[in-house]
Design a protein around this ligand. Sequence first.
Ligand code: XUL
Ligand code: MN
Length: 384
Amino acid sequence: MKVDRWCLKINFSVRRGHSLNLRSVVVEVCPLSLLGGGKYIMTKFKFSVGPWNVHEGADAFGPEVRKSIAFEKKVAKFKEVGFDAVQFHDDDAVPDMNSLTDAQIRTKAKAVRKILDKNGMAAEFVAPRLWMDPRTADGGFTSNSKEDREFAMWRSYRSIDIANELGCDKIVLWLAREGTLCAESKSAVEGIKRLIESIDKMLEYDKKIKILIEPKPNEPIDRSFCGTIGHVMGMSAATVDPSRVGGLLESAHAILAGLDPANEISFGLAFGKLWGVHLNDQNGMKYDQDKAFGVENLRQAFNQIRVLVENNYGSKGEYIGLDVKAMRTQKDDVSYRHLENSLKIAKMLEEKAGRFDYAYQRECIEKRDYEALEMYVMELLMKG
Ligand code: XUL
Ligand code: MN
């Protein structure tokens, strides 16, 4: 039998002249062999992940480099790593759904619910995958072809059916190809109107369903119709039921738009419409990288967690989703490392946010000494 050594770590700090803030005390108890994962660090958040976040490593320039892992195995491992819920594309839950009847799709989704239940996991959302099929080459809801637009609606209705079977009430629309490669090929005005009409149809199809738009400014298209959380709020207001249309903000997508992810998160929070996040990281305005959370810009990552903590994100059941991808160089036996690392970094930053000295922040603001405030943040992040 392999005997593990256990580790108990109590971490706190007190600023001179201040009393101990209990929220800042972190107790870590875990076998030393698991210390890398951060599963045992306390958190007030619930975390979610998609099956696509553990993948075979293919990219635009090279084939798969890792073995495929069966869905059920992934779910069990997600639970072990410390996740609470799974995110789905419609065909993650029901592969080959285009060849199935509506009733068959529901039956297959029920079987997936059983796998989740068995592993003590919830479903967070279902997202129609409207970018793989030949019928979505020119977009789904905004395609220039009527038949393609109808196909996009069929997938959206089936996504709602699947969500109902999985016991979740959220549909995420990542509007992958809703925009243009050739700027003159679509009217952007008509495109936005078509998006709103499509969302209205979903809201009418199911009176309880909530629609979360996940904005992204580009990739795979050149010019997206809905690139930022501000666009999402505008679209929400134009639908038949704005109370059921909100946003999911992904860090990398905000950076691709040249914006600060924490400010984008704040924008959604200010409207009471930030119902999901995809935390990850991104090195500047290039292809979408989905790096582990916080590995590129720690201060920016800290501020995302700080605003989530400050605004009680999660109190209405919202999850912190980690939309991260392993580097292609990663071997099979360590293909969950990016998830373990992202989870650990998020929780460590939550602990730092709990230690944030608001009295000192106020003092700096009163004196308008923002250099001092900035240095305080840097020290908070750099010291243990
Ligand atoms: C694409 C992206 C997707 C969505 C889900 O950039 O982030 O994984 O999150 O469809
Ligand atoms: Mn995402």
